[in-house]
Design a protein around this ligand. Structure first.
Ligand SMILES: [Zn+2]
Length: 263
């Protein structure tokens, strides 16, 4: 019998026209799987971190407390440290120690760091009309610790890096695309977290001062500042729009009958 080589040309599924489509489909499926995997592991992490006892939470936080050497506080830092301490004392986190730092820069933002350090820009303090306005910002940051957002974020970043590095290596362009997509999913989560912290801050402000005047001052500052496009884009990618945040805060103030003097 004579061997006749089969003509495979017509049976080839990877014709030039379909090739790009197949790759796209494959990539889309892959991306979808990564997002689903990431979401599932993210929720699992959130569940375990929420179940951590106060004792274990303190142990984990201690691991980070030595990250940055503590420097002497300036006079202003000492002043707002006292404001922070009084908020902490009125909160459900009075067993924790927080350190206040003031950074210099024309930036409307504040941060809650892993090592229980809360930093706020001097620009924000200078543009706040009252102590309560600053207190609301600090109370919001305390909300991030109450909800253990740092530990959750740390867990999620770990998962994300493990998945993408394991599957694709570190230098791949696909890793970057996957990373960006998952980052966008993460931002949606973080917008929810910001709302949760606004509500935590509002409740704490009321507990501490018996009124919530100044609760929206920071958001007004952000609105004014958003003329600076770069900082606005950076801020809005991780936070809900200040108008929405203000509206929600005002709605809750009314619902709960908190004392509040409109600015
Ligand atoms: Zn926040």
């Amino acid at each position: 019998m004579q061997f006749e080589p089969k003509d495979t040309e017509l049976e080839n599924n990877y014709g030039d026209t379909n090739y790009a489509k197949d790759i796209l489909l494959l990539f889309g499926t892959f991306l979808g799987l990564v997002v689903v995997l990431y979401a599932i592991s993210g929720f699992t992490i959130d569940y375990f971190i929420d179940s951590l006892s106060l004792e274990n939470e303190a142990k984990v936080s201690k691991l980070f407390s030595s990250i940055e050497a503590k420097t002497e506080q300036s006079e202003d830092e000492q002043k707002y440290q006292r404001v922070l301490n009084q908020l902490v004392a009125a909160s459900n986190q009075s067993h924790k120690n927080f350190i206040l730092k003031i950074k210099s820069g024309k930036i409307v933002n504040a941060f809650a760091h892993m090592n229980q350090e809360i930093s706020i820009y001097d620009y924000v303090i200078d543009n706040s009309k009252t102590e309560n306005e600053v207190a609301m910002i600090l109370a919001h940051e305390l909300g991030h610790y109450h909800h253990r957002h740092h530990l959750k974020a740390l867990g999620r970043v770990g998962i994300l890096l493990s998945i993408s590095t394991m599957l694709l290596g570190v230098d791949s362009e696909i890793t970057e695309a996957v990373f960006n997509t998952v980052q966008m999913v993460q931002m949606t989560f973080s917008r929810q977290q910001e709302t949760d912290c606004d509500l935590y801050g509002l409740e704490l402000l009321n507990k501490r001062y018996g009124n919530v005047t100044g609760a929206t001052g920071f958001l007004t500052q952000i609105e004014k500042d958003s003329s600076d496009l770069e900082s606005a884009v950076q801020y809005f990618s991780t936070h809900p729009h200040p108008k929405e945040r203000k509206a929600l805060i005002e709605k809750v103030i009314e619902e709960r009958g908190y004392l509040y003097q409109k600015p």
